[in-house]
Design a protein around this ligand. Structure first.
Ligand code: NIG
Ligand code: FE
Length: 411
């Protein structure tokens, strides 16, 4: 099966094989070609260039992209897309004045989702989750990281990870799985925190590793959740099973989680709404990707991650949705890209780099995803007719995607 996309108004994010992330000033550039083509065979980008040099004639399918922009699909490196039910009542409670913290302290929040998940069968959880996966694919996401963390018992955490594994198997998009048993302390362990840490370390991690259910380990390192010491215990235990850290830090408080994550060679540190100069220094010279989640800031009305400051310090930055029932009931990467431009003052070039190549890096797949590169997977967004790529973040809330191609096939 071969596919030619021709007469592309502008083809974005063309990169050489060895560019696995972009940092600082480099993020201002989005390499592109005008009046271009892309040639795909099976699931792979085989060639691209300007129309003048297009030599492909006998192809199985041709898409004429006159007036349209073509770019790699979004790589959403932080989601909790597998969950049961919703929490719209808490949304209303927050409108009426309760804070996210107050809701959690009353047994709402993550514990509320864990209760619902416990009472949901694996099949039902799968069906609820794939409805969301289908939606985000239509919105241009071609790779997703998915976390557990609404189980909080060995059985329920494994149930979530099995659902993620099934999605991995049955959907064409690239999926990475993260074990987030350390998302909240269950009520039964309120006065025995070490008991829950032991359950994670001695029971959950070995079982999950044995069945190869996770690629990464995550911890919600935050006041009222998991301390630096708790986080370190879990990361040490996970290391024995070759689970790389990818952790929630600095959502509400900055107290050294970033440096700890860097010390443990985390692939990414996510949230960072509160960021200190020490955090920036810890990230300098590391291989850890900072990840901002602007839809979470939007929904909870909390500060936005200082993305401008991160990039201006010479660091890379990735953007992801955080799709989850409590803080971000949205998996729309187009909104994330817009919001990063509008609220975090990223340029469209920076935001698109952050949502494609750097997102792929934050999930360890930028050798195969995140750019238009010969040999990479053919995961491609074709926009509607738009005046320029700046129009995509500018026209926030508008759906300007015409077609999504995943593994070389239109969805
Ligand atoms: O990334 N911060 C921790 N976890 C999620 C929210 C969890 C929830 O409220 O269900 C987040 O925002
Ligand atoms: Fe999250």
């Amino acid at each position: 099966m071969s596919l030619l996309i021709k007469n592309i108004k502008e083809l974005l994010q063309i990169r050489a094989h060895d560019v696995l992330k972009v940092s600082g000033q480099e993020m201002k550039t989005l390499p592109s070609l005008k009046n271009a083509y892309v040639f795909i065979e099976h699931d792979t980008i085989v060639d691209f260039g300007i129309m003048e040099n297009c030599k492909y004639e006998n192809v199985d399918k041709v898409i004429d992209a006159t007036g349209k922009i073509v770019l790699p699909t979004w790589c959403d490196s932080h989601t909790h897309i597998v969950y049961a039910g919703n929490r719209e009542q808490e949304f209303v409670d927050r409108i009426n004045g309760l804070s996210y913290e107050e809701i959690a302290n009353r047994g709402g929040g993550i514990l509320n989702s864990a209760k619902t998940l416990k009472n949901t069968t694996e099949e039902d959880l799968y069906q609820q989750s794939i409805a969301r996966v289908k939606k985000v694919m239509q919105l241009g996401s071609g790779a997703l990281e998915i976390k557990s963390g609404y189980g909080l018992t060995t059985a329920s955490e494994i149930k979530m990870l099995r659902v993620i594994k099934r999605i991995k198997k049955e959907f064409p998009i690239k999926i990475k799985a993260t074990f987030l048993g350390a998302h909240a302390f269950p009520k039964e362990f309120k006065d025995n925190k070490q008991g829950y840490l032991d359950l994670i370390i001695k029971d959950m991690i070995p079982k999950i590793a044995k069945d190869n259910l996770a690629d990464y380990v995550d911890v919600f390192c935050e006041k009222g959740y998991f301390s630096l010491e708790d986080t370190e215990q879990i990361l040490e235990a996970a290391k024995e099973y070759h689970l790389t850290p990818k952790i929630h830090v600095n959502q509400f408080n900055a107290f050294g989680g970033v440096a700890l994550a860097v010390k443990h060679k985390a692939i990414s540190v996510d949230h960072l709404e509160q960021l200190s100069p020490d955090d920036i220094n810890a990230l300098k010279g590391s291989d850890t990707m900072p990840v901002a989640l602007p839809s979470c800031s939007y929904f909870l009305s909390i500060p936005y991650t200082p993305g401008r400051q991160i990039i201006d310090a010479g660091l890379p930055l990735a953007l992801a949705t955080d799709y989850n029932p409590g803080s971000t009931p949205s998996g729309n990467m187009n909104f994330v890209v817009s919001t990063a431009c509008i609220k975090m003052k990223l340029t469209p070039e920076e935001a698109i780099n952050a949502a494609t190549l750097n997102g792929a890096y934050a999930m360890g797949i930028s050798n195969q995803y995140g750019s238009i590169t010969k040999g990479k997977k053919a995961n491609i967004i074709i926009t509607k007719n738009v005046p320029s790529y700046n129009y995509l973040p500018y026209a926030f809330g508008e759906n300007n995607i015409d077609q999504v191609i995943i593994n070389g096939a239109q969805i």
